[in-house]
Ligand binder design. Structure first.
Ligand SMILES: O=c1ccn([C@@H]2O[C@H](COP(=O)(O)OP(=O)(O)O[C@H]3O[C@H](CO)[C@@H](O)[C@H](O)[C@H]3O)[C@@H](O)[C@H]2O)c(=O)[nH]1
Length: 482
């Protein structure tokens, strides 16, 4: 029997790669006839990817999942972040093509190529799937609503000839089919705000319309309206298979301050249930010193116990991700660590899932990356929103206004990747958000969080919506077998 072979092309940043690897695991667990090759492109900024994939390679059945690391391409990290990804993908195309050709040659009677699964930002690779004569599926690492937004904006531009960038800094609200509420233009994603980034962004939407299916990391019960809106926005068959989470493994090495975080768990073990507020801002989140001080004042004044993942911004002008501080005291207010020693802990990279799973954690100040959002839902921890860049403002709006699952610290604050915002969220605003989050455990919102958390677990169980959707996806993929 020959395996049905899928080629996966993730965007090689942790926020995209990890859920792509998890869907690969789900697929091969679901059907013994499937095998998968994951092509890892080398991004100049995310050094964690190598250690993450090499730790995976040793823990997996190499006949069913393989990782192929593509050669480094000559991509200039100084080019504007608006078009960086598009250039990066184009430069990687010949390597992807070669890797698939090598794979096909070595396959013999063992594998038959049945399709590509392509990350939402790698859609230019669809051309290659066409060349190899197999269908493409897109893996969408953000919400169904965000997919709806991409499709909607693209049709506003291409069919109604609207200049999308005019929404930048506008107070307008848009009619948006994937939400029941009007959408404030201020929460539109960063890419819509940068002239040269709009076109590549909307090109993805155009190409997504033409694929055989879209696999979304969401579940029907979380976003019923948004999922229901996608067909009328021109989406092909949609498979809501989430939440796809990396619950077992850690994603960072000890060297980066990650690892299992035993000291953090021990610290949490001594705290009463639901008493700790956890602050964490994803793989690209960091603040300048003035903002760090405001957060510190807010935490101290709120009187709540806290666990704060505080990371150092990359050097000015460098296209890099944040790193841990050797000594966070250098940016904190004088004496802060001593004064808060009994109630708070400042850490670097956090073992986020283990923290959210801990009963002592009662609230999460989050940048609203979609993985963090799904993790907070899975563990039933309410969120206070503090989005930074990408589509995080849009996610925050969905959580607060559309789904009623979060409180707002900020919704339209923007600290674009690599760029200082020049805008400070004050200690008063942060303190207010934290208090609302931590002192409101009997509210409607809190009940909703618990309810949707239960639904997220049911969705993955046998007979649950996401479990069924994955089954339909596997059937469709196997039908591509020549
Ligand atoms: O200290 C940390 C910080 C992050 N994480 C994990 O890293 C992942 C971060 O993913 P996410 O919350 O989605 O944030 P980003 O890394 O910022 O993700 C990028 O990709 C997401 C998915 O497309 C988008 O929603 C975001 O806007 C984009 O910035 C999550 O699994 C976290 O649990 C940790 O374990 N420890």
């Amino acid at each position: 029997m020959a395996y049905a072979e899928l080629v996966l092309v993730p965007t090689p940043g942790m926020g995209h790669l990890v859920s792509m690897v998890e869907i690969a695991k789900l697929l091969i667990d679901r059907d013994p006839r499937l095998s998968i090759t994951v092509l890892i492109m080398k991004l100049p900024i995310d050094s964690e990817v190598d250690s993450y994939t090499s730790s995976l390679a040793t823990s997996m059945d190499a006949t069913r999942i393989r990782f192929v690391h593509l050669p480094r391409v000559n991509s200039d990290p100084e080019i504007s972040s608006g078009t960086f990804l598009a250039h990066f993908m184009e430069s990687n195309k010949p390597h992807v093509k070669q890797a698939v050709a090598d794979l096909a040659e070595s396959a013999g009677s063992i594998w038959r190529l049945v399709g590509f699964v392509i990350d939402m930002f790698c859609t230019t690779m669809i051309e290659l799937a066409d060349e190899f004569g197999v269908p493409s599926y897109v893996f969408f690492t953000s919400s169904a609503a965000f997919l709806g937004l991409m499709l909607h904006l693209q049709s506003l531009q291409d069919e109604q000839h609207m200049d999308i960038t005019k929404f930048k800094d506008s107070d307008t609200e848009l009619d948006f089919p994937s939400f029941t509420n009007p959408l404030p233009a201020k929460v539109l994603p960063s890419k819509v705000r940068i002239k040269e980034a709009v076109q590549p962004f909307l090109e993805h939407a155009k190409r997504i319309r033409a694929v055989k299916g879209i696999i979304i990391n969401t579940f029907d019960e979380l976003e019923p309206h948004a999922v229901g809106s996608l067909a009328s926005l021109g989406a092909p068959t949609v498979y809501s298979v989430g939440p796809i989470l990396n619950l077992k493994g850690e994603t960072k090495t000890k060297a980066d301050g990650g690892g299992r975080g035993d000291d953090i768990m021990e610290w949490l073990n001594e705290k009463p249930p639901s008493s700790v507020v956890f602050l964490c801002f994803g793989s690209g989140g960091s603040f300048g010193e003035d903002q760090v001080k405001e957060i510190a004042y807010a935490l101290e004044r709120s009187g709540h116990r806290f666990l704060w993942s505080l990371r150092r911004p990359p050097p000015k002008g460098k296209f890099e991700l944040p790193r841990d501080y050797t000594d966070p005291a250098e940016v904190l207010p004088e004496g802060f660590l001593e004064r808060t020693a009994g109630v708070g802990k400042v850490i670097g990279w956090a073992p986020q899932n283990a923290v959210l799973a801990h009963p002592a954690v009662g609230g999460f100040v989050s940048h609203c990356g979609w993985n963090s959002t799904l993790e907070s839902i899975w563990f039933g921890v309410a969120v206070a929103t503090w989005p930074l860049y990408a589509e995080q403002q849009f996610n925050a709006f969905e959580l607060v206004a559309e789904l009623g699952l979060a409180v707002e610290i900020k919704m339209d604050y923007r600290r674009d990747f690599r760029m200082e915002s020049g805008f400070i969220v004050t200690a008063d605003e942060i303190e207010g958000g934290i208090k609302k989050l931590m002192e409101d455990a009997s509210s409607e919102r809190w009940k909703k969080v618990k309810d949707v958390s239960e639904k997220s677990r049911k969705a993955l169980m046998e007979g649950g919506s996401s479990h069924l959707a994955l089954g339909h996806l596997v059937d469709d993929i196997l039908n591509n077998m020549p």
